[in-house]
Design a binder for this molecule. Sequence first.
Ligand code: MTE
Length: 339
Amino acid sequence: MLIRKRRGWELAESQATPEEVFRNRRRFMRAAGAGSLLLAGGGLLSACDDMNGGSQANAAESDAFDQLSEDPSFDLYPVERNSRYQVERDITERELAGTYNNFYEFGSSKNIWQKAEALPIRPWTLRIEGEVEEPFDIDIDDLLARMPLEERIYRLRCVEAWSMVIPWSGFQLSHMLDLARPTSNARYIRFTTLEDPEVMPGQRAGWYPWPYIEGLTMEEAANELAFMGTGMYGAPLPKQNGAPLRLVVPWKYGFKSIKSVVSIAFTRERPVSFWEEIAGNEYGFWANVNPEVAHPRWSQAEERVVGNDERVPTRIYNGYGEYVSELYAGMDQDDRLYR
Ligand code: MTE
């Protein structure tokens, strides 16, 4: 008899946070991020100056979700939850997830949601290029119509040592691979964020290597956990969270989950990502969550839970080891693997 062992992050349905808790659409609350100063040429943890808390600092009335009803994809949501992916912690308050952000294109503070309202998300074209049978452009609404949308609750662990639990909507990245038809030469995928300094004030800061770029190996991209986010909390993705399309790779530090993607290129060479180019010894290509490998400037052993500021131990691969550890079997287990 086959007895299915419950994996570490899976919970009985009864233990999961009830849906009503996060489906309450319009709640205004006091929340915003502590501003954080990014020094010229510095790394993310200039943004980590809030490690000791700050999710309730700079309290402000938030109307961070008002724009969503104008999103043409609004009626697609909510989508059915995939109950295979459960998390033992409470889902983060929607208002916190929508007002405490990292989106350097709009500035280095956590409180960028109002600035992000300037992001034009229609029309939005995704370019598929590189080592594919035929490069093509696809309109975001065509893409949404072709992809099987579902909801997944994932942990998000930022390299800055804070964490959230987010109900994403979107589709498994592997469906996009089927659509893109990469050739056998493709070994990596390079994702690129929109570059438009007119609407993204952060991109006028010349010391950053814009546009924001991130990469995965083809094997990572084909893993069932790799997800393209198009919504969250049963609604379209707010602009500050990376509308209309972002990557979500929950076993890696949050900076890998690139926002507002305009191009997906299949490559033979490993792409150099944005943060890797800025400080490769602090934000390496792999960036798999690992509590045992400290960032050069702070420990990764624990994380602060945004919302209650509780400190909890960080888990290898952010608790998703049973899905992804085999991707890294046989690789040199040196420190760089986890940075
Ligand atoms: N993508 C872009 N284009 N620009 C960014 O600054 N920040 C990253 C990631 N994706 C970032 C990005 C970091 S550091 C984190 S922790 C997550 O987005 C934060 O996602 P959230 O604001 O939706 O929580």
